[in-house]
Ligand binder design. Structure first.
Ligand code: ADP
Ligand code: MG
Length: 165
């Protein structure tokens, strides 16, 4: 009897191992996304998520939070020389945001497509920014522009245990 119980434990262990492996594999194609304050203010979290999920991306982590000024400045530090940096930081702390990790095949490129162009005036019909954005600044969503940036951006907001693929 002991033997069979041992086998059962072994079987369970190996299934946990394979689940972990699967999770690591699927998380190799991830991106970081933010639903911005203009969208949370207008109660569009679900509408944005429907677009993301409808296009085949999976939300593997998500939380709503109020960014601090220091967080917003650090997150957008790449844009600190741009003329709109100060206003962008003020906008990003003007209300709650929803930060997310999205997973899917070619996730970064796919999400850029679903989001549409930075300026909603130039965004394709059916994209999040065409349908929901208020302006080039208040454009409803952020999405990573490369896998490498995605990994850094994810680490900025999420611990590994919060990401469940
Ligand atoms: P994207 O979000 O499409 O990757 P960028 O990385 O160039 O675009 O810019 C980051 C964010 O800064 C944009 O999503 C938008 O909120 C804001 N932004 C970009 N360009 C302008 C601009 N000309 N005026 C005001 N805000 C801008
Ligand atoms: Mg960008």
């Amino acid at each position: 009897m002991d033997g069979s119980r041992g086998d059962r434990y072994k079987a369970r262990d190996s299934s946990i191992q394979s689940r972990k492996r699967k999770r690591t594999q699927c998380l190799s194609n991830v991106l970081f996304s933010i639903i911005k304050p203009d969208a949370t203010r207008r109660n569009l979290t679900g509408a944005v998520n429907a677009k993301l999920e409808g296009a085949g991306l999976r939300i593997v982590a998500q939380k709503r939070l109020q960014l601090t000024e220091a967080q917003a400045k650090a997150f957008y530090a790449v844009h600190k020389e741009r003329p709109f940096y100060g206003e962008l930081v003020s906008f990003m702390i003007s209300g709650p945001v929803v930060v997310q990790v999205l997973e899917g095949q070619n996730a970064v490129a796919k999400n850029r497509e679903i989001m549409g162009a930075t300026n909603p005036a130039n965004a394709e019909p059916g994209t999040i920014r065409k349908e929901f954005a208020e302006s080039i600044e208040a454009n409803s969503v952020h999405g990573s522009d490369s896998l490498e940036n995605a990994k850094n951006e994810i680490a900025f907001f999420f611990s590994e245990s919060e990401i469940v693929g």
